[in-house]
Design a protein. Sequence first.
Length: 232
Amino acid sequence: MMGKILVVDDEQSIADLIEVYLKSENYNVLKFYNGHDALQCIEKENIDLAILDVMLPDVNGFSICQQIREKHNFPIIMLTAKDEEIDKITGLTLGADDYITKPFRPLEMVARVKAQLRRFTKYNPAEPSQEENSIVFSGLVLNKDKHECILNEKPLSLTPTEFSILWVLASNRGRVVSSEELFHEVWGDKYFANCNNTVMVHIRHLRGKMLDSAERPQYIKTVWGVGYKIEG
């Protein structure tokens, strides 16, 4: 089995469809139709990725996402039936890594799952290599092996996506990283115009955790019309 995927959706036909496609790719699928059972499963199993429907009969997907982020760093993909920006922003702000709007194409969903797992494995390797897995400068310490971020001697709790963004920017400090390049590196997917909103939401949330600001940045600087950079 390639990985353990949690699928939570009260629409049985959709949950079953996701299960079929993921199992065809040799993933181990843990499927639930309500949030309560899913939360119990998370306490017992080592999950590699979660797919959460926003609208559930008991606990909504946003709440599950928030509870997962209190203890776990594995990727989260939100499913939403409404193509509304507020739902996407809410999910991303609470720690989700990606979102898919219903109705969706199953093969696209599988591709998103693979992309998230590739990114998570890339920036959270099981076996440390050497010093290249650490970045230290200006009071910021990043350890890719431990998924650890320390800023001015205080640990920051970052989601996998936030850590990946910070790692890419820090690895390229002094150079502007375009939104397109950042999206490709972190999400491993094709870049479209609306992807810039996804990047902006994560950057804003990351700045908030770092007590940084767009107006007077100490770390992440916006280069308007181009992208973002961290000064070396």
